[in-house]
Design a protein around this ligand. Structure first.
Ligand code: NIG
Ligand code: FE
Length: 405
């Protein structure tokens, strides 16, 4: 039986940001099936190059589909009460030490069924999608038992089947010490290493393993044991590090070949150097910085100097960053961290994809998967400049237009 021809779709005269930079002149873009099949400067384009293609759009700014490389999207309940207490002056760490914070979300998430978690998480995922996200990383970390961590990861995978989006999953068993292990952090780390990581790897439920390396989280020595277990089971490594203090977690993660070290407000030059040498991506999370009213800025100048790629992500979570709007985060990355709009956009496309170990995503290049956004703006910088939902004209996922107006 002859194969039915793959659909060919053509966009004409678009201003194109390819994931790293804006191309110098308007372009024509051909998509065939699920991939980008041709890119030409508009003034050189000839219809014979794209015979039989349907014209799907003209004008506007085209970017890769956005990559949100760090989220805690799956959880139950919310922490609006803590938001109010923090505004009154109680710190995030104080709330955590008193059994609130992450552990409060753990209680709600353990009590929720998988279906309830899906129902709670879909509106957050949809908010990302209407703002242009085509790839999202989702962490566990609010279960903290074998069964509840796997439940979260299954829900995350399921979300990727329910919506047109690529989901990568990360096991964050070492997010907080659950109450049943109080006084026995090493015992809990053993559970993470000997039960959670092997089970998640065996079921194919996790692409990576993450840790919270912090005074209120886990020590570098404990994180190292987790990295070793991740290696043993063939899972990639990521770390929440240097968010509230400098424990050297980023350099440790880099030594284990981590894909990324995330937050990194307290990262020092030795840590930056270690990340540069290992090719570890710096994931900046301006939403958490903003919501916690932090003042310690990540070492942006050093990251630039050493050529460490900077990703920008939402960190969407109920405690430190209840924000599911990538374009707002691009704006915050610029206003709070003084990234250029180009850096912020690269951080949400090419570098975000690299932080997930998927360098083929987040780029507009011939042969790359056709995950694209067409925006009703004049210049890519406007995405970070204005906080204005509704500018996404088309969202293209694996070559199919999944959102258009
Ligand atoms: O990325 N820092 C640790 N983890 C999350 C916060 C999780 C929470 O407070 O629920 C973060 O900021
Ligand atoms: Fe996080």
């Amino acid at each position: 039986m002859p194969l039915s021809p793959r659909p060919r779709r053509l966009w004409r005269d678009v201003i194109l940001f390819d994931g790293l930079q804006q191309l110098p002149e308007p372009m024509a873009v051909l998509v065939e099936g699920e991939r980008i099949a041709g890119l030409w400067p508009e003034r050189e384009f000839d219809q014979s190059l794209a015979a039989g293609a349907e014209q799907a759009g003209r004008g506007g700014v085209m970017t890769p589909g956005l990559v949100d490389c760090h989220t805690h999207l799956v959880y139950a309940g919310n922490r609006a009460d803590e938001f109010e207490r923090r505004l009154e002056g109680v710190s995030y760490a104080e709330i955590a030490k008193a059994g609130g914070g992450i552990l409060s979300t753990v209680r709600a998430t353990r009590a929720a069924s998988a279906d309830e978690l899906i129902a709670a998480s879909l509106p957050r995922l949809d908010a990302l999608l209407v703002d242009g996200v085509t790839t999202v990383e989702i962490k566990s970390g609010y279960g903290l038992t074998l069964a509840d961590e796997l439940k979260m990861l299954r829900v995350a995978r399921r979300l990727g089947e329910l919506r047109p989006v690529r989901v990568t999953t990360t096991l964050l068993g070492a997010h907080a010490l659950p109450p049943e292990y109080a006084g026995d952090a090493d015992g809990y780390v053993r559970l993470v290493c000997e039960e959670m990581i092997p089970a998640a790897a065996a079921e194919g439920l996790a692409d990576a393993v993450d840790v919270f390396c912090e005074g209120i989280g886990f020590s570098p020595a404990q994180c190292e044991r987790i990295f070793q277990a991740a290696h043993k089971h063939g899972l990639a490594i990521k770390a929440h590090a240097e968010q509230l203090s400098n424990l050297g977690g980023s350099a440790l993660a880099a030594r284990y070949g981590a894909l990324s070290a995330d937050h990194i407000e307290y990262l020092d030059e030795a840590g930056v150097r270690a990340m540069a040498e290992a090719g570890t991506v710096a994931v900046l999370l301006p939403g958490a910085f903003h919501c916690l009213r932090e003042t310690q800025l990540p070492p942006i100048a050093l990251l630039r100097q050493y050529g460490v790629p900077m990703a920008v992500a939402s960190d969407a979570n109920p405690g430190t960053s209840p924000i599911c709007m990538p374009s707002l985060l691009a704006n915050l990355a610029c206003t709070l961290f003084r990234l250029t709009p180009r850096e912020a956009l690269a951080g949400m496309t090419a570098h975000g994809a690299r932080a997930l170990g998927h360098p083929e995503l987040g780029r507009i290049a011939v042969g790359a998967p056709a995950d694209l956004c067409l925006w009703d703006i004049q210049h890519p910088a406007e995405l970070a400049y204005a906080v204005q939902p509704g500018r996404l004209r088309q969202r293209i996922f694996a070559g199919a237009i999944t959102h258009a107006r």
